[in-house]
Design a protein around this ligand. Structure first.
Ligand SMILES: Nc1ncnc2c1ncn2[C@@H]1O[C@H](COP(=O)(O)OP(=O)(O)OP(=O)(O)O)[C@@H](O)[C@H]1O
Ligand SMILES: [Mg+2]
Length: 277
């Protein structure tokens, strides 16, 4: 039995006045508990797709269901919004309140969480992202990584089934990226939260359950990281890079080394070199 939490059937989307479709004929499902990464060149439709997933945008054609509720069902849009939390790229554009706790409370007010539940939810969400001590801090004074963790806490306080991160680590330094990723991975592994992350940092996709590749508004490939990153030439043609370890082996291959498969980590490469002749 399938445990799809999100399903898209032949979804297309056009922005008003735009000639080209931003998304075209996209169909896929996301399983409960899955860690899915979406990669694709600039303008390939990733952010458009993210906004469609919680009904911020509605499909021009086709259908999107979250927990079997169509995002186009006006009467149930809040159920969809509650089920799919979003964290965007720019940490500075995500805060509306003067303190961390007020900001998290604001998001909950929006979806009608009873005030008596808020206290416990704020506490819980801040614990999950290791930001308890910043509860009364001003969001503006936090580091980029801390801001994104607060943004994630805001999303978690809604208790979503799915967390969508649209380049949520793009503006962070390596340390901030690591902080955010660790939180997200833990939520996925320990709390079984379904995660959909859009990223340009391919190294961040290596332990995903699945990677989807977008190009020109279409879904052009999907598979495990191991299978996707074998296709170095194809990815390059799509304007994408490959993880460092794959690139290294690819170059070594051109110098005559033979690898049955490209390994995705430095250790994997070392093992392969050790046994290759
Ligand atoms: N608000 C908008 N109005 C009109 N066209 C838009 C709008 N937002 C995006 N587009 C267009 O839709 C297409 C898909 O854009 P989208 O932002 O979804 O791509 P993306 O994969 O997220 O790109 P990036 O990697 O740069 O974030 C692009 O051609 C883009 O120019
Ligand atoms: Mg984008």
């Amino acid at each position: 039995m399938s445990k799809a939490i999100i399903s898209l059937t032949d979804v297309s989307f056009s922005y008003e006045g735009a000639e080209d479709k931003a998304l075209q004929g996209v169909s896929f499902t996301v399983e409960k508990g899955e860690f899915l990464s979406i990669i694709g060149h600039n303008g390939s439709g990733k952010s458009t797709l993210a906004k469609l997933l919680n009904g911020l945008l509605l499909p021009s054609e086709g259908k999107i269901e979250v927990n079997s509720i169509a995002t186009a069902d006006d009467a149930r849009i809040w159920e969809v919004r509650k089920a799919v939390g979003m964290v965007f790229q720019n940490p500075d554009n995500q805060f509306v309140a003067p303190t961390v706790e007020d900001d998290i409370a604001f998001g909950m007010e929006n979806i009608g969480v009873p005030p008596s539940d808020m206290e416990a939810r704020i506490q819980d969400a801040l614990e999950q992202v290791n930001m308890t001590e910043f509860r009364t801090a001003e969001p503006n004074r936090l580091s980029g990584g801390q801001k994104q963790r607060v943004a994630i806490a805001g999303a978690l306080a809604i208790r979503p089934a799915v967390l969508v991160l649209d380049e949520a680590t793009a503006m962070l330094d390596p340390r901030g990226r690591k902080e955010v990723l660790e939180v997200v991975r833990r939520m996925n592994r320990e709390a079984g939260m379904t995660v959909i992350q859009i990223t340009h940092y391919l190294e961040e996709t290596l332990d995903s359950d699945r990677i989807m590749v977008m190009d020109g508004g279409m879904l052009v490939g999907e598979g495990t990281p191991e299978s996707i990153y074998q296709k170095v030439d194809w990815l390059r043609r799509l304007g994408l890079d490959v993880p460092f370890a794959c690139d290294l082996q690819y170059r070594l291959q051109q110098k005559g080394f033979r690898f049955p498969t490209l390994k995705m980590t430095g250790e994997g490469v070392l093992d392969s070199l050790w046994i290759s002749d």
